[in-house]
Design a protein around this ligand. Structure first.
Ligand SMILES: [Zn+2]
Length: 1001
């Protein structure tokens, strides 16, 4: 329906109007004056205190007076009245929803405003994504979704030029790098450590060039500015219906006449602000959360402010105020032709005062964080399969895949994946993901049916070892799909109710398997409804890239009881041929790990921090601010949770330690799979008791003999590794007020410590906070439950419950001990396997016999592509537009990580996919909205310009491209850490679904 509306609107606009937008529309300012750019803006969270729907419609005013539809209605009316007025809009999830509801007259008006640069898109992602808890795969998807929506509809005037992260609670290097690859000219944010900000203000270093990738050189650089007042207007100048500041009263007869006072105040503030910046231009963010529902109030007062401040110029005042946008402010900085300072580390963690380190949200709502990561995994599966089998209804928007794109876009928001939203909003986010997953499962089912499989059932409760189809079917087939572009052999765990099974692989050969009893703690999980008593464990060997294998599984009553894991008495060593684990007889905990040449004492245990806060909600002083959804504020050192018992379960395929603890709400399984280079530690925490009124933050700590001194490493959004030092920041002197919380950093996929001989790496299945608080130590925060709001706005303690008790969370760590030289190739490979895990689906097969399974007629496996080299990751394969694919290829290694795998590598796209014959490609920017050749970013000189080593990628012409790539347009060279994005034309034996016939009018 809306397609037709848009088509009509486009027809109404047939008379071409000149497009003057972006930098061409910028006010010049006055050379000898302080130029103040007033940026009218609204910060519209896609969910926080209210759900995204409630915010859009303005429902639940008793929670917050905020309605996005009214904001856009009101702003458009004001912009139409006066061509001088400007407005920016940021969150495409809201804008696009509103736009699709407009009549053709309004659509035409909005298009004009965009084409004339009066309404400008800034940021442009589906949401303003968080940075600490997000994985780069999901960030790229959500930014692409928003930016493509804007570009496809508005063309060049719809391109956001400036990245705008005004509210996220700290900023990562990889996010800045991704913004650079997306073609942004500059990047502004609001929040940085209070002490760093003070120093930067004194040194006029609020604005800088972020050298955001040592591997990519200039391509990874982005001009970055910290905003003076986060994103708020100057004090006393908030003119929104939600503010209490006085309007400008300019009738001199009134005793309330306040023009002189308002103007004096504004000029003084402007001059003070200007002292922290290098040029004679400053930006003032004129707006706040959900402002401009009555846009006339803001604009009327800003009109007066502009008029009366500029009127002082005739008296010699050198302040010049005008309506502007972030891109116009950026342009004025660029025009200043300065040499800017640089930054190479990141802005994590964020502290708003000496006792408020925002490092709690790195872990807050761990189940939600885990589900979001899992949903990213499934979205990639869904996109790949629907593209390979050509089943996505690309003529429909939204189609079944889009729902999951939208839900994931919203879930990356800085009050979603962060866990800093109200409980009812968190529930809404999860419901969105769940419903969108159902939708994508429908699309995947169509794709697999086209590949020849029967209708599939998906098991969405494997995290509690529940799967009704496998528990209840006699015989069934398990299909294991591998979304990676290389062959892998993952371990599959299927909940079952029987006591013996046989498994046949696609060749009809028996597959070794083991029945692993489900731990008692899992069986008694609140709300668990299942007859499964064991997990059937087997290795799905050599799964083809982007392909699946089917496994026929049938009960074998009375057969091999040796299949069941055997309990061994006493303290046993576990060994799988690569890794050997020993227990510490004193503590019963893990005590020693041997792997290859590495042999280290490692003690692992659960601990908990007591957080500040009082369940009675009593008053507090600043250092005792309650630990909460945002901040981590422990009272002191962590307390040990002692191991109570350990049982060893032995078997040919998997060997386990099962630990219980003196606090019975914590348990753990440590397992070694045959021949794998890691130990899997499956932790389960909850319900965390808070009946005693005490907030608790639960960690897993590894203490080792590794001489790591004060140094440890954490990943940046799952890509680059960041070197961290305890009690230290690279660019400023840290005043240590919070020795624990101030040393916590975001861990999205891995954390490690090392010395000359050994490295201990822990990979995570979700984002968590992590640190190293002593040499040889490494810890990750798993779960938290608090008793009092931390007073940063959410208004609730972080107190997740389900089934009437505190929420229980189960997750995994992969622990790798190795020679440091071998570590990168291990952790790069394993991290990829963790976030792009195989997808299981099932079909009951009651009438299947082994003979039928072995017959040639049954489809049992499928290979989607030729394997890519070990250092290349197929980041994206999806339908782009009808008859076009979107393909992203990524070099997985940093330049200095591995002598072989860090080298540049070629990939040939011809004959790469089995059902998609790529015939031509065009390279696009990372956000896939426009061709790379159309991206010309502003160049910024900085203090390190031209000082980068030669082998670093510089300007486009310096990029290393192999001779093959120079001669063959389908050969692609990837340099270390490079992601390249292509839109491909292709042929396929499968026809796309045809659109339904148009009704004749
Ligand atoms: Zn926000």
């Amino acid at each position: 329906m809306w397609l037709r509306v848009l088509a009509m609107a486009a027809a109404a606009l047939a008379a071409p109007r000149e497009q003057i937008c972006g930098y061409d529309k910028c006010p010049a300012g006055k050379q000898d004056m302080l130029n103040v750019h007033l940026v009218p803006h609204t910060h519209d969270d896609v969910g926080w205190l209210k759900t995204v729907d409630q915010y859009f419609y303005g429902a639940k005013s008793e929670i917050q007076r905020a309605g996005v539809q009214y904001i856009l209605d009101s702003v458009i009316q004001e912009l139409v009245k006066d061509p001088e007025k400007r407005f920016i809009y940021v969150e495409t999830a809201f804008f696009w929803r509103w736009y699709l509801q407009q009549d053709e007259q309004t659509i035409a008006t909005v298009e004009n405003l965009v084409n004339e640069g009066r309404l400008e898109f800034i940021g442009g992602g589906w949401s303003m994504n968080d940075e600490a808890c997000v994985h780069y795969n999901a960030v790229i998807d959500q930014m692409s979704l928003g930016m493509r929506t804007l570009f496809d509809h508005f063309g060049p005037c719809g391109i956001p030029r400036v990245a705008w992260q005004i509210d996220p609670f700290g900023h990562t290097k990889e996010q800045a790098n991704m913004f650079a690859q997306m073609g942004f000219d500059g990047y502004f944010f609001g929040r940085l450590d209070y002490d760093d900000k003070k120093r930067r203000m004194n040194a006029s270093e609020m604005e800088m060039v972020w050298l955001a990738s040592q591997d990519l050189g200039e391509t990874g650089e982005i001009f970055t500015g910290a905003l003076y007042n986060i994103y708020a207007p100057p004090p006393g100048h908030c003119y929104d219906v939600n503010c209490n500041d006085q309007p400008i009263m300019d009738d001199k007869r009134l005793k309330d006449y306040n023009v002189d006072e308002k103007v004096d105040d504004f000029i003084a503030y402007s001059k003070k602000q200007a002292k922290s910046f290098k040029t004679n231009h400053i930006v003032m963010t004129m707006g706040e959360d959900f402002h401009y529902q009555d846009a006339g109030m803001w604009f009327k007062n800003m009109d007066k402010l502009i008029k009366y401040v500029n009127a002082r110029q005739s008296g010699g005042e050198k302040v010049n105020v005008f309506y502007s946008t972030p891109s116009c402010y950026l342009k004025s900085l660029h025009d200043a032709k300065l040499v800017w300072p640089t930054v190479e580390d990141d802005f994590m963690p964020y502290a708003s005062d000496p006792w408020a380190y925002w490092s709690g949200y790195f872990t807050s709502r761990p189940a939600q964080k885990g589900y979001i990561r899992k949903s990213n995994n499934f979205l990639q599966v869904c996109k790949q399969l629907t593209a390979m089998m050509q089943t996505e209804r690309t003529y429909e928007t939204p189609n079944r895949v889009d729902y999951l794109r939208y839900a994931m876009g919203v879930n990356q928001h800085h009050d979603a994946v962060t866990g800093t939203e109200k409980q009812h909003v968190a529930n809404d986010y999860i419901q969105r993901l769940s419903e969108a997953t159902d939708s994508c499962q429908g699309a995947v089912n169509d794709a697999l049916t086209r590949a020849g499989l029967p209708v599939q059932t998906f098991c969405n409760h494997l995290n509690t070892s529940v799967c009704h189809v496998t528990e209840q079917s006699g015989k069934f087939v398990a299909y294991v799909y591998n979304p990676l572009s290389r062959s892998v052999s993952p371990w599959v765990r299927i909940p079952v109710a029987g006591d013996a099974y046989t498994i046949l692989d696609p060749e009809g050969q028996a597959v070794a398997s083991q029945l692993s009893p489900i731990p008692a703690e899992v069986l008694s999980l609140p709300g668990r409804n299942s007859s499964a008593v064991a997990e059937l464990v087997f290795q799905a060997s050599d799964l083809p890239p982007l392909g699946f294998k089917g496994y026929f599984i049938q009960p074998a009553p009375g057969a091999a009881t040796s299949q069941v894991s055997t309990e061994r008495p006493g303290l046993q060593s576990l060994s799988n041929g690569h890794v050997t684990l020993d227990l510490d007889p004193e503590t019963l905990r893990l005590g020693r790990v041997r792997a290859g040449k590495a042999d280290i004492q490692i003690n692992q245990t659960f601990m908990w921090y007591e957080g500040y806060g009082n369940a009675s909600g009593s008053k507090w002083e600043r250092p005792q601010r309650p630990t909460g959804a945002y901040i981590f504020n422990p009272k002191g050192e962590a307390q040990v949770i002692e191991a109570k018992s350990v049982v060893t379960l032995d078997g040919a395929l998997v060997k386990e330690y099962r630990h219980t603890f003196d606090m019975d709400w914590v348990s753990q399984v440590t397992r070694l799979y045959k021949d794998e280079p890691f130990a899997e530690v499956e932790w389960m925490v909850g319900p965390i008791p808070t009946e005693d009124g005490v907030a608790k933050e639960v960690i897993s700590r590894f203490s080792s003999a590794i001489n790591s001194t004060d140094t440890f490493y954490t990943d940046s959004n799952g890509r680059q590794m960041m070197k961290r030092r305890r009690n230290h920041r690279d660019t400023w002197t840290l005043n240590v007020t919070e020795p624990v919380a101030g040393n916590y950093f975001p861990v999205n996929s891995r954390i490690f410590i090392k010395d000359a001989d050994s490295q201990l790496t822990v990979l995570t299945d979700r984002s968590q906070g992590g640190s190293s608080l002593a040499s040889g130590q490494l810890e990750l925060m798993l779960h938290r439950r608090t008793v009092q709001d931390d007073a940063f706005g959410v208004g609730e303690p972080l107190n997740e419950t389900e089934f009437g008790v505190g929420l229980v969370v189960r997750g995994r760590h992969w622990v790798v001990v190795s020679d440091p030289a071998d570590a990168p190739k291990l952790h790069r490979d394993l991290a990829e396997q963790m976030f792009m895990a195989p997808q299981l689906s099932f079909a009951a097969a009651d009438f299947m016999t082994p003979e039928m399974w072995s017959s040639a007629k049954v489809i049992k496996q499928f290979t989607g592509m030729q394997p890519l080299p070990a250092n290349v990751h197929l980041l994206t394969l999806e339908m782009y537009k009808p008859n076009q694919l979107l393909i992203r290829l990524e070099h997985q290694f940093q330049a200095d990580e591995d002598p072989t795998l860090s080298k540049p590598v070629d990939v040939n796209l011809k004959d790469l996919f089995t059902t998609l014959n790529v015939t031509s490609v065009e390279e696009f920017g990372l956000s896939a909205d426009r061709p790379l050749k159309d991206i010309n970013r502003l160049h910024w000189d900085h203090v390190q310009s031209n000082r980068l080593p030669k082998n670093f990628r510089g300007a486009a012409h310096e990029v290393y491209r192999s001779t093959g790539a120079e001669h063959d347009p389908l050969t692609v060279t990837l340099n270390p850490m490079e992601i390249r994005t292509f839109v491909a034309s292709y042929q396929s034996p499968y026809p796309l679904p045809t659109p339904p016939a148009q009704p004749t009018e």
